[in-house]
Structures are given as structure tokens and as C-alpha cells.
Design a protein around this ligand. Structure first.
Ligand SMILES: NC(=O)c1ccc[n+]([C@@H]2O[C@H](COP(=O)([O-])OP(=O)(O)OC[C@H]3O[C@@H](n4cnc5c(N)ncnc54)[C@H](OP(=O)(O)O)[C@@H]3O)[C@@H](O)[C@H]2O)c1
Length: 165
């Protein structure tokens, strides 16, 4: 059987910001639809702070196996499977053959060296924030690029699919 792939999916501003004050500082509904289409049916892994940033009515992410990383052995949440080790989390089976790491900054940074692919949305704005996407090294290649698209909310965005060479 083929080994499952590890993907990271994020949206960042032009200047690399992915989060501010525990949330995402823009609203691009088309990117949320892309996130859903990408991750539906899969196992998703996220840090405890990202879980807490999701409005309660949207968590757990429906139709996905939700794994939440925390070092707090007492922490629980309805709909979340709690794991205390990144390596263990990344080995949880995913029905689609790809496990998606869905944030946030701390977990992306640790997971990049272990990832096969990144789905990156770039929002065409410079934004203030406190959480950033990790830099991708020269071993990453663009496999697909949507080009610039215009959101119904007025912001331009583009989606690229990056693979480790
Ligand atoms: N734009 C995007 O695509 C996107 C996507 C997701 C999130 N975000 C944003 O990112 C921000 C949150 O990111 P963040 O960096 O602050 O936090 P985070 O990565 O979501 O969560 C960090 C927490 O996860 C747990 N953790 C991390 N690594 C672990 C490990 N190896 N083993 C066990 N537990 C581990 C720890 O929880 P404990 O402290 O409980 O031990 C840690 O404090 C928010 O603003 C959110 O909106 C943006």
C-alpha cells in the first residue's frame, strides 16, 4: 500500500501573515470553500490554539477526522481527538490518502520538514498580524497555480499547489 501523504494547507497575506489576535485577519469565502474541498473526507491535524480559534458552530470540521495537538494531558473537547505528539498525529490514517495539517503557525513550522505538499493561498494584501507561515526552502516546486482571482469580497487571491521536489 502507498504511504499516505502529508499536506499543509494555509492562507497567508503577501507579507506572510496567517493570523492576528487568535483569528484570520481577512475574509475570503472562496478560500474557505477551497479549504473544505481540499480537506473533506481527510484527517486534519491542528494545534490547540487553532481549534480554539474556530467558531464553535464550525468545529469539529464536519466530514473530517479532527486531531488536536496539545501538551496539556487534561485538555479535551467534543469532536476532537487529542494527541500529544506531532509524529503520532501525522501517522493517524486519513481516508483520502492525504493527511492535512491545518494550522496554526507553531504546528506548520514543525510539520514543514515532514510534508510532501503545501496548498498555499496568497491574499493580495500586506496585513498586520502575530502569526506567520513558515518559509519554504528551495526544494519546493509549484505544481499548479490558479493565477490571480478576484474574491466576491474584493480581495485578490491565488492558490498554488506546491510539491517537494
Ligand atoms: N491563515 C491560515 O491558513 C490559518 C490556519 C490555521 C490557523 N491560523 C491562525 O493561526 C493562529 C494560531 O496559531 P498558533 O501558532 O498561535 O497556534 P497553533 O499552532 O494553532 O497551536 C499551538 C498549540 O498547539 C499545541 N502544540 C503545538 N505543537 C505541539 C506538539 N509538537 N506537541 C503537542 N502539542 C503541540 C500546543 O498546545 P498547548 O498550549 O495546549 O500545549 C501549542 O500551544 C490563529 O491566529 C489562527 O487563526 C491561520
Amino acid at each position: 500500500m502507498q504511504q499516505q501523504q502529508i499536506g499543509l494547507v494555509w492562507a497567508r497575506s503577501r507579507n506572510g501573515v496567517i493570523g492576528a489576535d487568535g483569528g484570520i485577519p481577512w475574509h475570503v469565502p472562496e478560500d474557505m470553500a477551497h479549504f473544505k474541498a481540499t480537506t473533506l473526507g481527510a484527517t486534519v491535524v491542528m494545534g490547540r490554539r487553532t481549534w480554539e480559534s474556530i467558531p464553535p458552530r464550525f468545529r469539529p470540521f464536519a466530514g473530517r477526522r479532527n486531531i488536536v495537538l496539545t501538551r496539556d494531558t487534561a485538555w479535551t473537547a467534543d469532536g476532537a481527538e487529542v494527541v500529544h505528539d506531532l509524529g503520532v498525529a501525522l501517522r493517524v490514517p486519513s481516508d483520502t490518502g492525504t493527511l492535512w495539517v491545518v494550522g496554526g503557525g507553531a504546528v506548520y513550522a514543525d510539520a514543514v520538514p515532514l510534508a510532501d505538499r503545501v496548498s498555499e493561498t496568497v491574499v493580495d494584501a500586506d496585513v498586520d498580524g502575530d502569526t506567520r507561515a513558515p518559509e519554504l526552502g528551495p526544494d519546493w516546486r509549484c505544481a499548479d497555480d490558479s493565477g490571480w482571482l478576484l474574491s466576491t469580497k474584493g480581495l485578490r487571491y491565488r492558490i498554488t499547489d506546491l510539491r517537494r521536489a
